[in-house]
Design a protein around this ligand. Structure first.
Ligand code: IDP
Ligand code: MG
Length: 151
């Protein structure tokens, strides 16, 4: 286990449009995770198809790509001990209806097709997604002054 584990988190177009960027970023900051990269971007269809390639045979795949392309997203890399697993816990379940209050999806959304946030589901997919969304030079290397107070 590493304090430098990284996860890819993206605020989806509905999260952006509904004014939830600040609240979502705040949760990751307050948890103690370290922001390594962030961009506000309109993702291309080809990037989104690749991002969700594992779901290409699911009936909702075309609609999912359209939804993700419907507006800008906030793409981020957060770092810390168990960042992938803890990130998923912070998101809640895929279906907001199954997500507990206190989780991001449990607190801010209703339907599975409008679930406002993406988070990597394994360290392997996190690395794939980080490489897909960011160039190596876009990942910032710096020391957080909070580090010794967190670990
Ligand atoms: P995850 O985002 O929690 O990892 P996945 O199963 O990887 O969930 O699905 C990716 C995204 O596809 C979900 O976040 C959601 O936006 C969408 N999605 C998943 N299942 C459905 C569905 O049954 N109908 C519509 N959209 C879905
Ligand atoms: Mg997933």
């Amino acid at each position: 286990m590493s304090n430098e584990e990284r996860t890819f988190i993206a605020i989806k177009p509905d999260g952006v449009q509904r004014g939830l960027i600040g609240d979502i970023i705040k949760r990751f900051e307050q948890k103690g995770f370290k922001l390594v990269a962030m961009k506000f971007t309109q993702a291309s269809e080809s990037l989104l198809k690749e991002h969700y390639i594992d779901l290409k045979d699911r009936p909702f795949y075309p609609e999912l790509v359209n939804y993700m392309a419907s507006g800008p997203v906030v793409a981020m890399v957060w770092e810390g001990l168990n960042a992938v697993k803890t990130g998923r816990v912070m998101l809640g379940e895929t279906n907001p209806a199954d997500s507990k209050p206190g989780t991001i999806r449990g607190d801010y959304c209703i339907q599975v097709g409008r679930n406002i946030i993406h988070g990597s589901d394994s360290v392997k997919s996190a690395n794939t997604e980080i490489n897909l969304w960011f160039k190596p030079e876009e990942l910032c290397s710096y020391e957080s002054c909070a580090h010794t107070w967190l670990y």
